[in-house]
Every structure is written in C-alpha cells, then in structure tokens.
Design a protein around this ligand. Sequence first.
Ligand code: NAD
Length: 270
Amino acid sequence: MRGLAGKNVIVTGAASGIGRACAARLLQEGASVMGADLTPAGDAPGEPSGAAAWAFTTVDVTDEASVTTLVDEATRAFGRVDGLVNAAGVAGGGAVHMVDTGEWNRVVGVNLYGTFLTAKHAIARMMEQPRVEGERGAVVTIASIEGIEGTAGGSAYSASKGGVVILTKNMAIDYAPLGIRVNTICPGFIDTPMSQDVIFGLPGMERAKREIIAEHKLGRIGQPSEIASAAAFLLSADASFITGHALVVDGGYTAGRDHGVTEMLGLSGP
Ligand SMILES: NC(=O)c1ccc[n+]([C@@H]2O[C@H](COP(=O)([O-])OP(=O)(O)OC[C@H]3O[C@@H](n4cnc5c(N)ncnc54)[C@H](O)[C@@H]3O)[C@@H](O)[C@H]2O)c1
C-alpha cells in the first residue's frame, strides 16, 4: 500500500485480536508501530519491514493521563504521530432491564469514551505537525456492524459502537480542513479472543453460532488480518480521498437478507 513506509502509527488494543493484527500488518507495510494495551503484548506481532520499529506501552484508554502519556511516548519514540488505530474494546450488554449501571459504564467507557480520549490526544498532536504529502495524519476507529444494525441483547455494546460511528463522521468533518482523515471500520464477527469469550467458545450457543455464521453471506466469520488490511488501506495514501466513511468488513452480514432464496435459485454449493 502506498505511503505507509516510514509512517508512525499508534495502535490501541495491540495485545490481542484485531489490534494485534493491525500492528502486524502495519509493520509489514514498513510503518513503525507504538502498540498499547491494558495487558502486555509480549513479542512484536510480526516482522518489521525496512526501517520500521515496534514499541509497546501499557495504557488504559479510559484514563486521560494514561492516554496523554501514550501519545507523548509515541512522539518521543518516533518523532511524529501519523496514524491511530483505535482497536481497544470490550464486549458486554444484555437487555436493558438486566444491565447493571456499572456494566453499562464499563462498556461505553472503553469503547466510546476510550475512542474519544485516544482520538482527542492523537489528533491534537497531529494538528501540531506540518503536513507530509498533503496530510497531517489519519485515524481509523474500530466500530462494529452492531453500530449500524441492532442485535438482540446488544444495548451497551451497540450503543457504544453506534456512538463510535457518528463520532468518527463528526471528527472527519472537523479535521478535514487540517489534512486529518478519520474513518471507521465496522467488522462482522471476527475470530478473536473477544468473540470466543462471548459466543464461539461458549457451550449452549450452538444455534446462535450457526445463525451468526449464516448471516455472513460468505458463510464464515472473518479473520483479524482481514480487518487489518482494511485499516492499513484507510491509513495509506491509497485512501487519500476517503474520510468520514464507515467501512463494513463483514462478509456480507449487513448486505441484506437471503431467506433461503439463493438455495432455491441453485446458487448455493461448494
Ligand atoms: N471480534 C469481533 O467479532 C469484533 C467485531 C466487531 C468489532 N470488534 C471490535 O474490534 C475491537 C478489537 O476487538 P477484538 O475482537 O480484537 O478483541 P480482543 O479482546 O481480542 O482485544 C481487545 C483488546 O483491547 C484491550 N483493552 C480492553 N480494555 C482496554 C482499556 N481500557 N485500555 C486499553 N486496552 C484495553 C484488551 O486488553 C485486548 O487486548 C474492539 O473494539 C471490538 O469491539 C470486534
């Protein structure tokens, strides 16, 4: 992808799943990555290409002092902050009458408030930087298909992700004049520790698992690398005219309904 080599990108949630895959792909594209997570990441997520470097620091995206330290560390390590991928997140929800207020605040706190805080401080840093090839920086937030469609029992999670989608669009408008692009990715179900913990690894969820897989018209859930490639694209110069976009990467989950008609038409098979 054009324009990622030599760039410096902060990736939150970099110890696991989608964030880790984003860090790996960016390193492969020649970008230096400051990974950040509540939990330590261990080894570098992949082989850096060229002069790319990997650094890691712990962060709590719900703690403003911790987020400012992260942005300062990235600036100290790499000189400037060209990109942010906001992949830290938690699952949680339930029908509203069952949702404890603390649980609501936890989920909305990490997913929405945490996205706000990291974007706030990364964008503030980008604003201080001169433009390089027309841009000061680019931000990719990670929302969800559950931020654009309802899901039974979604409540706190869906509300937080819907918030991320519209926050992203507003930030795109606010910072476009300064050469900062802001987009969001709405993944379908992706094979990560999060989806294992809340669905795919749980006993008694056989029907839900079958139906979830069937809703992805490609007949499978996604891999973290398939979100990472979209994130790398949106950060790259190949996406230089894209801002304020909510990109679904969902194997057709939100494309519409099938109702068994593809099978009637003889369109199913190996
Ligand atoms: N897996 C899916 O099916 C799926 C689908 C749509 C969207 N998403 C979103 O993608 C993002 C990544 O999810 P994932 O599936 O890779 O999950 P994951 O659990 O594998 O990774 C999430 C990471 O976020 C970190 N984190 C949690 N709270 C944090 C905090 N306060 N500060 C810093 N880091 C924190 C965790 O430690 C973890 O390493 C999340 O925002 C999630 O909502 C996931």
